[in-house]
Design a protein around this ligand. Structure first.
Ligand code: CFM
Length: 539
């Protein structure tokens, strides 16, 4: 049992930073806040540079662009311009799945194309090699679109990838464009998301005006089909009667993204990675967006209802209710069974830029207590809600990333909802362009921690001794060596899907397996031994 005094969150906060030099301790203290359990959330320091010397969970801008946003689109051919390591380590490392409609349809996701820059290119320039690589890739695969991702050395030596891609486009007659997503472009992979959003918006969105005849056309933004989540959501949409035009970017394909501006509503799942696209599509085409969440059975039902209510068609609303009714009994049965063993167990989750919020829904459904949560690279609006957007100051790191000037499309802009309708829907729980953030939904006294270092992670484990820790593969085995199970919420280990109703059941099962296993009690944490804790973790 954990001693009561250990749960004083202010005290824990002090303990987390106590061993840092004072300047670092001050900086880290701003990134650790105690939740109030109300809408009055304290300010958190986020999207700031990692303190040199602290072991971070973060990735780079290239990873955010190539791996995250472009990764799951099966028929856009990606070439990494850079040394082979960047390409290799971004090759199939994310469990974003895809399902081409026919077996013979294009799927380039299993390939890893790189210009394999050598010393001679670093010294004399790599543009020629890039032009050759694009041509070779074209000859091999004849894709509709080739995209080029810049890595750190490309920016450092000044290769102009945009010039090379323009020339290739002219020569080959297909779409070729590049992303200036050099790893150092921002403080984390979040910069790469923004860069990717911009270029996809410029080069793909709105290039094909073919619209489906269904009046209930939606795009799903920020769903990446990890472990098959998008398959579950696609199935639910089809059963409810919503027509999915495009997903950015999970089980996605080039053509649907080009037609995405024909949708009537954008649904934002991962706010962090794709809010730029939602805002730009609204400005240019008039497509409103709402925040949805398909993680958690209750959250899924709520999101489906919101979509049906937006369109307002009685039959659609009825059909949506029917689908929820069909799904809920199995969920309730499973929940009851697993709650018995999971209720009251303590969990902490530190994941990316949106999952640390979404997955709290599932833990609530299991009756588990979230004692601490945080993100690797989120911004203040993901924590505190979009209401803080005007007060976020632009610094040297964010100024680095291009902000596109977007205007109303003179022909294709269409107002989807009148201001009166907008107010009416808002009164019914369908709020546009709004995300309240993670912190207001957390319990009073729980901690929110932005970008925890390894040192803080181990202090947290030692102080709270949670029953479950959720993070990624970089943390997993280090955490498990302390005798605490770790569930990977980036990749779902080998499991999933975790979205929708069936995903919730899968999740309950996996969590129960982890927290109810006795195997963890046989492991000894370093602090349970009397020797050398300080030397092991630098405490
Ligand atoms: Fe969005 Fe993601 Fe996430 Fe993300 Fe990611 Fe991911 Fe993630 Mo890993 S786009 S912010 S950059 S929900 S890869 S599918 S799991 S860190 S919380």
């Amino acid at each position: 049992m954990v001693k009561e005094s250990i749960y004083n969150p202010e005290e824990i906060k002090d303990k987390l930073v106590a061993d840092f030099p004072s300047k670092i301790a001050r900086k880290r203290a701003k990134a650790i806040v105690v939740n109030t359990g109300t809408d009055e959330t304290p300010q958190i320091a986020a999207n700031a540079r990692t303190v040199p010397g602290l072991i971070t969970m973060r990735g780079c801008a290239y990873a955010g662009c190539k791996g995250v946003i472009l990764g799951p689109t099966r028929d856009v051919l990606s070439i990494t311009h850079g040394p082979i390591g960047c390409g290799f380590y971004s090759w199939l490392t994310r469990r974003n799945q895809t399902r081409p409609p026919k077996p013979e349809d294009e799927n380039f996701m299993t390939y890893c194309l790189s210009t394999d820059m050598q010393e001679s290119e670093i010294v004399f320039g790599g543009e020629k090699k890039l032009a050759q690589a694009i041509e070779e890739a074209y000859q091999l695969f004849k894709p509709k679109t080739i995209v080029v991702h810049a890595t750190c050395p490309v920016g450092l030596i000044g290769d102009d990838i945009h010039q090379v891609t323009r020339a290739a486009q002219e020569k080959l007659g297909i779409k070729v464009f590049g992303f200036s997503c050099e790893g150092y472009k921002g403080v984390s992979q979040s910069a790469g998301h923004h860069i990717a959003n911009n270029q996809i918006f410029k080069h793909m969105v709105g290039t094909d005006n073919t619209a489906s005849p269904s009046p209930y056309r939606v795009n799903l933004l920020g769903e990446y089909n990890i472990g098959g989540d998008a398959f579950v959501i696609e199935d639910l949409f089809a059963r409810c009667g919503f027509e999915l035009v495009s997903t950015f970017c999970g089980n996605s394909d080039h053509d649907s993204m080009c037609r995405s501006h024909t949708a009537e509503l954008n649904l934002v799942m991962c706010h962090r990675s794709i809010n730029y696209m939602a805002d730009m599509m609204e400005t240019k085409y008039g497509i409103p967006w709402i925040k949805v969440n398909f993680i958690g059975a209750e959250a899924t039902a709520k999101s489906l209802r919101k979509i049906a209510r937006y369109f307002g068609d009685e039959k659609l609303i009825e059909q949506t209710e029917r689908v929820i009714e069909e799904e809920m009994p199995a969920v309730s049965e499973a929940r009851q069974m697993y709650q018995e063993r999971c209720r009251g167990k303590k969990v902490m989750l530190f994941v990316g830029g949106s999952r640390a919020h979404h997955y709290q829904e599932l833990f609530k459904e299991l009756g588990m207590e979230v004692v601490a949560a945080g993100y690797e690279f989120a911004h203040r609006d993901d924590y505190e809600g979009r209401r803080v957007l005007p007060s976020i100051t632009v610094d040297a790191d964010s100024r680095n990333i291009e902000e596109l000037t977007v205007e109303k499309d003179p022909e294709r802009y269409k107002e989807r909802v009148s201001p009166e309708k907008c107010a009416e829907l808002a009164a019914n729980g369908v709020e546009f362009k709004d995300y309240a953030g993670m912190m207001p939904e957390m319990e009073a006294g729980s901690l929110t921690i932005d970008e925890p270092s390894h040192h803080e992670t181990f202090r947290l484990l030692e102080l709270y001794k949670p029953d479950l820790y959720c993070a990624g593969v970089k943390e997993k085995y280090a955490v498990q060596k302390t005798g605490i199970p770790c569930l990977q919420l980036h990749s779902y280990d080998y499991g999933g899907p975790f979205a929708g109703f069936e995903g919730a059941i899968n999740f309950y099962k996996d969590v129960d397996r982890l927290v109810s296993s006795r195997i963890w009690s046989y492991l000894e944490a370093p602090w349970q031994r009397q020797t050398q804790v300080k030397a092991t973790y630098g405490i």
